[in-house]
Design a protein around this ligand. Structure first.
Ligand code: KG4
Ligand code: ZN
Length: 334
């Protein structure tokens, strides 16, 4: 039959990305322009600077995405754009750009929740059938989400304070390791020993808390500095990461068993974490649960995952199109 082409647009944080996706599965292009080197100097993303760079880059990214996909804008069937959650100014750049294209080329807009995009990233690389459980772990989010056979989303657990990625970034900052901290700590953790005790947070059910873990790491660093004692950053990285990964694995496996599903999808930037990938895969295997996670380039923010989420919204939901009144929402539950 007819081919379906979806243009994905993602500008919720510090990546400007546009993708062309064919029939919900085949990535014809997925251009990602990262501002990470710009924000590095400030130790984190500066919202105003992020918006300005999105504006400067977005039309070039579109040209590149269409050229690489060998397609003309008039042949695009739908535009899927991230409208929430994220930095409001950054979101509005993508949304306004999508509206302009929609208006001038008569293409319907599918608004996409950024976190659903992260979850559908795995659908680009594996044949997955709902229901499943997703462990969402990014710089801004930590959730356990149940997705039923009709692709309805139920958030069954959230962090009560810091997100996992956020705590990685804060620990890295205390250790003067640079930004973003996740990949750096992940690497260092391979070199140390799990010898520094970090207390387990007491949180019921599927909710999480990471601020106590972060604080105990910070207190340890301050104590050692005050006593002018040497300590191993590697051991601290290992102990911190082991504790975080252990908590994530335990909770998500219990959730999968309770919901009687045998598939877990790890989603979000922290899905790139090597220990989380291997540890969850091993522990889940003992319970006959399969674990899926995207390849590294699809773990962090990109527009192909947004286009994929748009495709499944089209397939499973009604009344999905946005008009030109579409607005960005900084904070929105899944
Ligand atoms: O999903 P993402 O690209 O942006 C958000 O939507 O938040 O996630 C970025 C987060 C950062 O906090 C970064 O430190 C973390 O993902 N991250 C990692 C790893 N790679 C990225 N955390 C732990 N281990 C990693 N290998
Ligand atoms: Zn993200």
């Amino acid at each position: 039959g007819e081919k379906m082409y979806i243009l994905g647009i993602e500008t919720s944080c510090d990546e400007t990305s546009i993708s062309v996706l064919k029939d919900g599965k085949e990535i014809l292009s997925n251009i990602i322009s990262s501002q990470i080197d710009i924000h590095k100097e400030y130790g984190g993303v500066v919202p105003e600077i992020a918006s300005r760079h999105h504006i400067k880059n977005i039309s070039y990214i579109l040209d590149e995405a269409l050229e690489k996909a060998k397609i003309k804008i008039k042949d695009i069937d739908y535009i899927a754009v991230t409208y929430a959650p994220g930095l409001i100014g950054a979101l509005l750049v993508g949304i306004s750009f999508a509206k302009g294209l929609s208006y001038s080329h008569n293409i319907p807009i599918i608004p996409v929740h950024h976190i659903k995009g992260h979850i559908y990233a795995s659908f680009l690389e594996y044949d997955i059938r709902a229901p499943f459980i997703s462990l969402v772990v990014s710089g801004g989010h930590t959730n356990i989400v149940y997705i039923d056979e009709n692709h309805k989303f139920y958030n069954i657990g959230s962090t009560l304070d810091d997100a996992v990625g956020e705590s990685y970034d804060k620990v890295a900052r205390v250790l003067n390791l640079g930004y973003p901290g996740g990949p750096i700590i992940d690497k260092m953790a391979k070199l140390g020993k799990n010898v520094i005790s970090i207390p387990e947070p007491k949180v019921e059910g599927y909710d999480f808390s990471f601020s106590g873990i972060k604080t105990s790491v910070i207190n340890y660093v301050n104590k050692m500095n005050m006593k002018k004692e040497e300590f191993s950053k590697e051991d601290l990285a290992t102990s911190f990461q082991k504790k975080v990964v252990d908590i994530l694995c335990k909770k998500v496996i219990v959730a999968a068993k309770e919901k009687k599903v045998n598939q877990i999808i790890i989603a979000g930037g922290v899905a790139a974490n090597s220990e989380l990938r291997s540890e969850l895969t091993n522990r889940a295997k003992k319970e006959n649960i399969n674990v899926f996670y995207p390849s590294l380039k699809l773990c962090t923010d990109n527009a192909a995952m947004i286009a994929a989420a748009g495709y499944y919204k089209l397939k499973y939901q009604n009344d999905i199109f946005a008009d030109l009144n579409l607005n960005g929402i900084a904070s929105l539950n899944i």
